[in-house]
Design a protein. Structure first.
Length: 227
């Protein structure tokens, strides 16, 4: 079983939206998935209460109970644990990173988000874990070109020493519309650009978690070119 920790030191980055969407993508791809809600706001649990589908399963877990939760998941035959971490509790986030096979650091383009992300990077690197930045809520292209803010953000992230996921997520209403009804965008609107983005991100994450599944020669764009 693999464990994916979704991190953000700053609230409002869309961390839980990314976690729930990736958990759905994993489950829909045939990976039995347990989404663990470590965030005190319990947003993932609220999403689960609205959801009609039985999977992915969502459980409320505290950092100190992660080892037991992980052992139970292994015995239960799960393929993947997704950890939705709190934005400010160092102990909870540290425990999530400790048990993670891959850490996704969710960051929005912007000065304050870049300042906040440094602590997540330090946590991941100090524990010698694999980390990956995921650009989220990115603004649309303008006249066919990426906004300068995107380029500046990517340059800043590259200087922090961890790779950036080769596909990011735009700011799209489809994500929020879906989570309000306990769905993911790829379920509610499977032909949407949001569905394209999250499915492409999942494919990359899957290749990171299960390296034998790497497909030679395939590259995804940083962001969907349609704004």
């Amino acid at each position: 079983m693999q464990t994916l920790a979704v991190l953000s030191r700053k609230g409002g980055t869309g961390k839980t939206t990314v976690a729930t969407h990736l958990a759905c993508a994993a489950e829909n791809a045939g990976r039995r998935t347990l989404l663990c809600d470590l965030d005190g706001q319990r947003s993932a649990l609220e999403w689960r209460r609205e959801r009609r589908e039985a999977r992915p399963e969502v459980a409320e877990v505290k950092g100190g109970a992660l080892f037991a939760a992980r052992q139970n998941a292994i015995r239960g035959g799960y393929d993947l644990m997704v950890l939705d971490t709190p934005p400010s509790a160092d102990g909870e986030a540290a425990e999530a990173v400790r048990f993670a096979d891959l850490c996704l650091i969710v960051v929005r383009p912007g000065f304050f988000d870049l300042r906040a992300v440094v602590r997540s990077v330090r946590l991941v690197t100090d524990m010698r874990k694999r980390g990956l930045f995921v650009l989220n809520q990115a603004p649309p292209r303008r006249n066919g070109e990426e906004p300068r803010l995107i380029q500046e953000t990517l340059e800043a992230l590259e200087n922090l020493g961890l790779p950036v996921a080769p596909i990011g997520l735009r700011y799209r209403a489809a994500y929020q519309n879906a989570v309000r009804t306990g769905e993911a965008a790829q379920e509610a609107t499977p032909d949407s650009l949001a569905a394209f983005e999250i499915n492409a991100l999942w494919r990359h994450v899957q290749r990171e978690l299960w390296p034998p599944f790497v497909e030679a020669g395939r590259l995804e764009p940083i962001l969907a070119k349609a704004g």
